[in-house]
Write a protein that binds this ligand. Structure first.
Ligand code: FE2
Length: 139
């Protein structure tokens, strides 16, 4: 069973953002599988690369959406993204230094972060965007 099970309850009501989140959940699940399946260094490294690439691409997209929608909480939201990028960079350095990152703690951290961020921070953004679509002038 995947570590993060995607359900509609995780939707924030914005298709592009939801699609990105599903893909990010898939990459975290991929790291989980790589760790379970014999923990080959190459596989784990590739899974980490994938998380870094998808997170960077997703955060850029979300930050662009926020800027275009004049989202008032953009700065705080962006700070949360930056904190995760730093955490992953730290994880990568530990991994490259030969330290074991094959722990449930690492995976738990990533999956908890993603679910918490989606349910709190991104949900507020989704609600703001929905209000703007309904009330605001056509954009
Ligand atoms: Fe976000």
């Amino acid at each position: 069973m995947p570590l993060i099970q995607w359900t509609d309850a995780l939707s924030v009501g914005h298709d592009a953002i939801d699609r990105d989140h599903q893909r990010l959940a898939d990459t975290v699940n991929g790291l989980h599988e790589a760790m379970l399946a014999g923990q080959g260094l190459g596989q784990v490294s590739a899974a980490l690369d994938e998380i870094v690439a998808h997170a960077a691409e997703h955060f850029r997209r979300e930050e662009k959406i926020m800027a275009e929608a004049a989202y008032p909480a953009l700065a705080e939201h962006k700070r949360e993204h930056e904190q995760l990028v730093e955490e992953i960079a730290h994880l990568r350095r530990r991994f490259e230094a030969g330290e074991s990152i094959y722990s449930l703690r690492v995976l738990q951290f990533l999956s908890d972060w993603l679910i918490r961020h989606i349910n709190a921070t991104d949900r507020l953004l989704g609600e703001y965007l929905a209000r703007r679509r309904n009330d605001g002038p056509a954009v």
